[in-house]
Write a protein that binds this ligand. Structure first.
Ligand code: C5P
Length: 224
């Protein structure tokens, strides 16, 4: 059967990655979490004390750093590696969430990440989630879904994820972070977060993960 690209974009914490992961597992496709890549660049800049306005140093850093994904055989989870080391837990922490959108607006960062993502998906057979997959990374993706959900519902879901990771954060602080990130992500000049004209809208406020997965799989069946 022909292999396609499935692009899942949308606001923060709408369930994009949970849905994308399950769809990829169902189809035997690769799953690429592009948000993890922007989080990894942020971690690198913070650890190397590189200011977000030091563009020459950032460009150098983009040549130095190496981002990859490694499958954890025990959990089946795709884990983010920065310079060969698994950094999955760190990149999910709140201090990274609080800076990642500032890093994601930097054109050099976007160019580097978009080209890597295009290379990773060039053989197709991938589910990619992010903010600009259907508009910029793979504008020719065969299936495009744009996810949204009410802010409080998203914040409560994120709070649960953070708690699993051992971090306890007030829901109001999460709402603040999601709102700020969505604003920065939607208003940047370089590949802003927006729904592609041919993306189908999926509001996940009142539906279960299984329903989200079925929704995407139905779009895939209709395409193949
Ligand atoms: O998906 P996640 O919430 O982990 O993404 C973290 C941040 O990475 C987003 O808020 C956004 O600033 C950035 N991002 C992006 N483009 C993507 C994926 C994520 O700018 N394709």
């Amino acid at each position: 059967m022909r292999k396609i690209v499935i692009a899942i974009d949308g606001y923060s914490s709408c369930g994009k990655s949970t849905t994308a992961k399950a769809v990829a597992a169902e189809l035997g496709y690769a799953y690429i979490d592009t948000g993890a890549m922007y989080r990894a660049v942020t971690l690198y800049l913070l650890e190397h004390k590189i200011a977000f306005d030091n563009l020459p140093r950032i460009e150098q850093a983009l040549h130095e750093l190496h981002i990859s994904f490694k499958r954890n055989r025990r959990t089946g989870r795709n884990e983010l590696c920065l310079d060969g080391e698994i950094r999955e837990d760190e990149i999910r922490q709140m201090y990274i969430s609080n800076s990642v959108s500032e890093v994601s607006v930097i054109p050099a960062v976007r160019h580097a990440m978009v080209s890597q993502q295009q290379r990773m998906g060039r053989k197709r057979g991938v589910v990619m989630d992010g903010r600009d997959i259907g508009t910029t990374v793979f504008p020719d993706a065969e299936v495009k879904v744009f996810m949204t959900a009410e802010t409080r519902v998203r914040a409560l879901r994120r709070q649960e994820e953070l708690a699993v990771n051992g971090e306890h954060v007030e829901v109001e602080a999460i709402i603040d972070n999601l709102t700020k990130r969505d604003h920065i992500d939607s208003t940047r000049t370089e590949s802003p977060l927006r729904r592609a004209a041919d993306a189908v809208l999926l509001d996940t406020t009142h539906i279960t993960i299984d329903e989200q997965v079925d929704f995407v799989l139905e779009r895939v069946s209709a395409t193949l």
